[in-house]
Design a protein around this ligand. Structure first.
Ligand SMILES: [Cu+2]
Length: 87
Protein backbone atom coordinates (compact mmCIF):
# COMPACT_ATOMS: atom_id res chain seq x y z
CA UNK A 1 0.00 0.00 0.00
CA UNK A 2 1.40 3.35 -1.06
CA UNK A 3 -0.06 6.71 -0.12
CA UNK A 4 0.69 10.02 -1.77
CA UNK A 5 -0.47 13.48 -0.88
CA UNK A 6 -1.27 15.35 -4.07
CA UNK A 7 -1.96 18.98 -3.16
CA UNK A 8 -2.71 20.05 -6.71
CA UNK A 9 -5.49 17.48 -7.05
CA UNK A 10 -8.53 19.72 -6.64
CA UNK A 11 -11.58 18.27 -8.38
CA UNK A 12 -13.21 15.19 -9.82
CA UNK A 13 -11.39 15.70 -13.09
CA UNK A 14 -8.03 15.47 -11.32
CA UNK A 15 -9.23 12.33 -9.57
CA UNK A 16 -10.05 10.59 -12.85
CA UNK A 17 -6.83 11.80 -14.49
CA UNK A 18 -4.73 10.45 -11.64
CA UNK A 19 -6.68 7.20 -11.48
CA UNK A 20 -6.14 6.69 -15.20
CA UNK A 21 -2.42 7.54 -14.94
CA UNK A 22 -1.96 4.94 -12.23
CA UNK A 23 -3.91 2.28 -14.14
CA UNK A 24 -1.75 3.01 -17.18
CA UNK A 25 1.33 1.78 -15.32
CA UNK A 26 -0.42 -0.83 -13.20
CA UNK A 27 -3.72 -2.11 -14.60
CA UNK A 28 -4.64 -4.18 -11.58
CA UNK A 29 -3.89 -1.49 -9.02
CA UNK A 30 -6.59 -0.44 -6.59
CA UNK A 31 -6.76 3.33 -6.38
CA UNK A 32 -8.50 5.08 -3.52
CA UNK A 33 -8.67 8.84 -3.61
CA UNK A 34 -9.79 11.21 -0.89
CA UNK A 35 -10.21 14.57 -2.52
CA UNK A 36 -10.80 16.40 0.77
CA UNK A 37 -7.41 15.42 2.18
CA UNK A 38 -5.68 15.20 -1.21
CA UNK A 39 -4.70 11.62 -0.47
CA UNK A 40 -4.15 9.02 -3.14
CA UNK A 41 -3.85 5.51 -1.73
CA UNK A 42 -2.72 2.84 -4.14
CA UNK A 43 -2.66 -0.90 -3.67
CA UNK A 44 -0.35 -1.84 -6.54
CA UNK A 45 0.01 -5.21 -8.23
CA UNK A 46 3.16 -4.59 -10.25
CA UNK A 47 4.35 -0.97 -10.12
CA UNK A 48 6.54 0.19 -7.24
CA UNK A 49 6.19 3.47 -5.36
CA UNK A 50 8.66 5.24 -7.65
CA UNK A 51 6.79 4.08 -10.76
CA UNK A 52 3.47 5.22 -9.32
CA UNK A 53 4.92 8.57 -8.29
CA UNK A 54 6.33 8.95 -11.81
CA UNK A 55 2.97 8.20 -13.40
CA UNK A 56 1.22 10.84 -11.29
CA UNK A 57 3.97 13.36 -12.04
CA UNK A 58 3.64 12.69 -15.78
CA UNK A 59 -0.10 13.34 -15.50
CA UNK A 60 0.81 16.85 -14.34
CA UNK A 61 0.56 16.55 -10.57
CA UNK A 62 2.94 16.69 -7.63
CA UNK A 63 2.74 13.55 -5.50
CA UNK A 64 4.44 13.53 -2.11
CA UNK A 65 4.92 10.13 -0.54
CA UNK A 66 3.22 9.91 2.86
CA UNK A 67 5.00 7.95 5.56
CA UNK A 68 3.01 5.83 8.00
CA UNK A 69 4.01 8.14 10.86
CA UNK A 70 2.69 11.18 9.03
CA UNK A 71 -0.52 9.30 8.31
CA UNK A 72 -0.85 8.80 12.06
CA UNK A 73 -0.57 12.51 12.76
CA UNK A 74 -3.12 13.25 10.07
CA UNK A 75 -5.52 10.72 11.56
CA UNK A 76 -5.24 12.45 14.95
CA UNK A 77 -5.76 15.86 13.38
CA UNK A 78 -8.91 14.62 11.65
CA UNK A 79 -10.45 11.97 13.91
CA UNK A 80 -13.45 11.62 11.59
CA UNK A 81 -11.18 9.67 9.27
CA UNK A 82 -10.42 7.25 12.10
CA UNK A 83 -6.88 6.05 11.41
CA UNK A 84 -6.32 2.52 12.67
CA UNK A 85 -2.58 3.00 13.21
CA UNK A 86 -3.03 5.42 16.10
CA UNK A 87 -5.19 3.05 18.14
CU1 LIG B 1 -9.20 18.98 -11.24
Amino acid sequence: MTTFEVKDMTCGHCVSTITKAVKDVDQGAKVQIDLATHRVTIDPTEADAAGLSDAITRAGYTPVAVEAAVECVAAKAAPARGGGCCG
